[in-house]
Design a protein around this ligand. Structure first.
Ligand SMILES: [Zn+2]
Length: 246
């Protein structure tokens, strides 16, 4: 049995028996892992503060090869992200990032880029409260890390950087289309303001657009993610965010 120490973000936890948790975590060194945290729900358990969802912890896992569920041996909280507890919208934003990683980054093995993208977004929500650009930057970087970067600065089909102000946005092609390639698609042209919003959102910039436009930008990012991952999970935190965002 090997012991592995790594940093982990707790994505979700499910009660098991009377005293334990099953944790789904994303780790810096091992990627997505499922862990049995025996006894962690007992009052006074030394692991109690380190198995909170959205928290960052230093963990030690005893690994038995070939098992889907490994055993959590030790856990120490690095950050419990107290800031999230004071801000419901920031919590909802952080939950959405965690849920996207939980549902879509399931390939076994290390993916330090995804860990960094997730950890950056959660730390920012914790420190600054809810900001749309934190979420957009997360979605944009997550797509890049998964190999599904959205083409917003060049044509997704031919690569030219000469884009019209109202490009066609094509989900099958994975981004904007130039004037010529736009004729290949039956998808609609974007309004210039909205094309600009989508481009700025990829950089995590805050433009002067409405909450409805912000939500539409996020919908397009999520549609793009769903299409490439070939799955359409029901993201519960998306609904929660819609209810509490300022
Ligand atoms: Zn083109």
């Amino acid at each position: 049995m090997a012991m592995i120490g790594t940093r982990a973000v707790i994505l979700r936890r499910i009660p098991f028996g009377d005293t334990s948790w099953i944790l789904h975590a994303f780790t810096a060194d091992e990627g997505a892992v499922s862990l049995m945290a025996r006894g962690a729900r007992r009052p006074g358990s030394p692991m109690a503060g380190a198995v909170e969802p959205l928290g960052l912890s230093e963990i030690v896992v005893s690994v038995k090869p070939g098992r889907d569920l490994q055993t959590l041996s030790q856990a120490t909280a690095v950050s419990q992200r107290e800031g999230l507890r004071r801000d419901l919208a920031a919590t909802a934003g952080a939950m959405l990032c965690a849920e996207v990683v939980l549902r879509m980054a399931r390939e076994p093995g290390a993916h330090p880029g995804i860990f960094a993208v997730l950890e950056d977004a959660l730390s920012e929500f914790d420190a600054r409260g809810f900001r749309g650009p934190i979420l957009w930057r997360f979605l944009s970087r997550f797509c890049e890390e998964m190999g599904w970067a959205l083409a917003v600065d060049h044509c997704a089909h031919c690569g030219t950087e000469e884009l019209p102000r109202d490009p066609v946005f094509s989900l099958p092609y994975g981004g904007f289309l130039c004037r010529a390639c736009g004729t290949l698609s039956h998808e609609p042209h974007l309004h210039p303001m909205f094309a600009q919003a989508l481009r700025e959102s990829a950089r995590g910039a805050q433009g002067d657009w409405s909450r409805a436009d912000s939500e539409r930008v996020e919908d397009l990012w999520l549609e793009h993610l769903f299409r490439h991952s070939q799955q359409r999970p029901r993201l519960e935190s998306r609904q929660f965010l819609a209810e509490v965002r300022p």
